[in-house]
Design a protein around this ligand. Structure first.
Ligand code: ADP
Ligand code: MG
Length: 323
């Protein structure tokens, strides 16, 4: 990047960022210097979005700015961490001021909402690629991990499942459109483009949930990570999967298949010992749904319908490197 191009970029990112008291030194030097509160550890995660792979070329840059940060915030939520700082590696084919201003608006409004400060990054020329590394605070022994689920725990998910996957199929013209009105379609697309990281809910799970994960690759793949890391099995009941109003209008098998296997919802899946059932339902009733139970490892991962028959999956969860 030339110096003038670099200063244009700096203008968008440096001026929009908020300031936190625990940032000793932010953007502008070779490194940022950050202070973690006493008794806490730093939770770190990075995600990359590549044009044509993770987003369509014609996506609104403002929603892209939101989503680029939301996926990292969702990882912090999955661990029960409190967002603090992020860095941004931007690879741009050219300097497009309209694109930059909209992208940085989407990014900074979500950053402000979660009080997460941009403290550095890197800017290079090349095919449009956005990498964001997020940093959060968490007490190490309180972090929500994938490996703590116990036999008998109840399995919950937040929000509704399959909406983002349905939006993708809509855009690819693989979904029957006529059953959906404009409101349904724009709702589904907003779920794909503007995911809501479940930070507030995750904080309520600390000390209660035995495991948690965010659903980025589809429920069956992500719950699969919990059970393999925890050395347990799981049984979920297909009719208990929470579906949005729009999803209830499409073909039932397609809806459940998307709910189980499509990615990008950024909801949380978590497990809770049965004695916390009342507390969860009192505090989070409108935000989460019980979908099944954790079973012995030897029982494997079973998806059944309410009559007890096995439900067979059509999709498999998103795999970046299919064999
Ligand atoms: P260096 O060459 O020492 O890595 P750079 O010239 O790449 O430094 O960056 C100068 C400063 O601007 C650094 O503090 C860096 O973190 C910040 N920076 C560069 N690109 C971005 C970006 N896309 N977003 C936020 N900060 C950035
Ligand atoms: Mg650099």
């Amino acid at each position: 990047m030339s110096q003038s191009e670099f200063s244009i970029i700096a203008q968008y990112f440096e001026s929009l960022t908020l300031r936190r008291d625990d940032t000793f030194l932010g953007i502008g030097d070779d490194c940022a210097i950050l202070t973690c509160p006493a008794g806490h550890s730093v939770a770190v995660s990075i995600d990359t979005l590549v044009e044509g792979i993770h987003f369509f070329s014609d996506v609104d840059p403002r929603t892209l700015g939101h989503k680029s940060l939301a996926v990292g915030l969702s990882d912090l939520a999955a661990m029960g961490a409190t967002p603090a700082w992020f860095t941004l590696a931007l690879t741009l084919p050219n300097v497009d001021e309209h694109w930059l201003s909209q992208f940085s608006l989407g990014l900074s409004s979500l950053a402000k909402y979660h009080n997460i400060q941009l403290v550095g990054g890197d800017t290079t020329r090349g095919p449009l690629t956005i990498s964001i590394q997020v940093h959060g605070h968490v007490k190490a022994n309180e972090a929500l991990r994938r490996d703590g689920a116990q036999v008998g725990d109840l399995i919950y998910v937040t929000g509704t499942l399959g909406d983002a996957g349905a939006a993708l199929q809509l855009k690819l013209h693989n979904l029957e459109q006529s059953v959906l009105d404009d409101e349904d379609k724009s709702y589904l697309v907003s779920r794909l483009e503007l995911p809501t990281p479940r930070i507030e809910i995750s904080h309520k799970l600390i000390g209660i949930a035995t495991s948690a994960i965010d659903i980025s690759d589809g429920l069956s793949a992500d719950l699969g990570h919990i059970i393999s890391k925890s050395g347990v099995g799981a049984e979920i009941v297909i009719e208990q999967l929470p579906l949005s109003v729009a999803m209830t209008k499409i073909d039932k098998t397609t809806a459940y298949d998307l709910a189980l296997t499509s990615g990008d919802d950024y909801e949380l899946c978590f497990t809770v010992p049965p004695q916390y059932k009342k507390q969860i339902e009192r505090e989070l009733a409108s935000h989460c749904t019980q979908i099944g139970v954790i079973t012995e490892h030897s029982s494997g991962f079973k998806i059944i319908d309410k009559k007890g028959d096995v439900f067979s999956l059509q999709g498999k969860g998103y795999d970046h490197f299919p064999s």
